[in-house]
Ligand binder design. Structure first.
Ligand SMILES: Nc1ncnc2c1ncn2[C@@H]1O[C@H](COP(=O)(O)OP(=O)(O)OP(=O)(O)O)[C@@H](O)[C@H]1O
Ligand SMILES: O=C(O)C1=C[C@@H](O)[C@@H](O)[C@H](O)C1
Ligand SMILES: [Mg+2]
Length: 171
């Protein structure tokens, strides 16, 4: 049985959708960000400050490559797409679902980028980040689900249907 791997911008709703979807499907829920925090004993923004962007991405890559599970929904961090080996490994683990949301809605959802711990270079805006990342999410996605103007419940149902179609009823 395939796992379901959620990718997308910070604030897209990967963790929010993922945990409820797992419950509905009777799957386990895994949040890569929480695995990173548990392994390192620090919260994300501390890790980015301490190790720098490339150092953090290396930790994130290793943690995601080490995920080997079944019957699980995996919510990833928004920056996982910067490391091809991590995406290759996740792609073998399950169907990759891009949770797509417009820039305007992402902007409204994410608060202080520093406190949230987003991988962004100095001088780069959220819009720059959005434009840089969207092609990467599209590149790795097996399925894209747009969740603009959807309630949380609506988004979960849409993701579930899209995954079922992609896996031809396997879940
Ligand atoms: N469909 C929705 N409608 C309104 N708000 C939502 C919806 N889905 C998620 N949210 C809200 O958006 C915020 C961000 O959601 P969440 O933390 O799940 O995003 P994420 O994709 O996991 O982000 P990150 O990459 O930072 O882990 C939360 O406050 C959540 O309650
Ligand atoms: O989108 C990002 O740059 C990130 C999102 C978080 O989920 C974390 O994975 C990390 O803080 C980086
Ligand atoms: Mg999350």
């Amino acid at each position: 049985m395939k796992n379901i791997v959620l990718i997308g911008m910070p604030g897209a709703g990967k963790s929010t959708i993922g945990v409820v979807l797992a419950k509905i499907l009777g799957y386990q829920f895994i949040d890569s960000d929480l695995l990173i925090q548990r392994q390192e004993g620090k919260v994300l923004h501390e890790l980015i400050e301490e190790h720098g962007i490339e150092g953090f991405l290396s930790i994130e890559e290793q943690v995601n490559r080490d995920i080997h599970v079944t019957h699980s929904v995996i919510a990833t961090g928004g920056s996982v797409v910067y490391r091809e080996p991590a995406m290759e490994s996740l792609g073998k683990e399950g169907v990759i679902v891009y949770i797509q949301l417009s820039y305007e809605n992402i902007k409204a959802r994410v608060g202080d980028l520093d406190k949230r711990g987003v991988v962004i270079h100095n001088g780069c805006t959220l819009l720059d980040l959005y434009k840089e990342r969207c092609p990467l999410y599209e590149k790795y996605a097996d399925v894209t689900v747009n969740v603009d103007s959807m309630t949380i419940e609506g988004a979960i149902a849409k993701v579930r249907t899209a995954v079922q179609e992609a896996l031809e009823g396997e879940v």
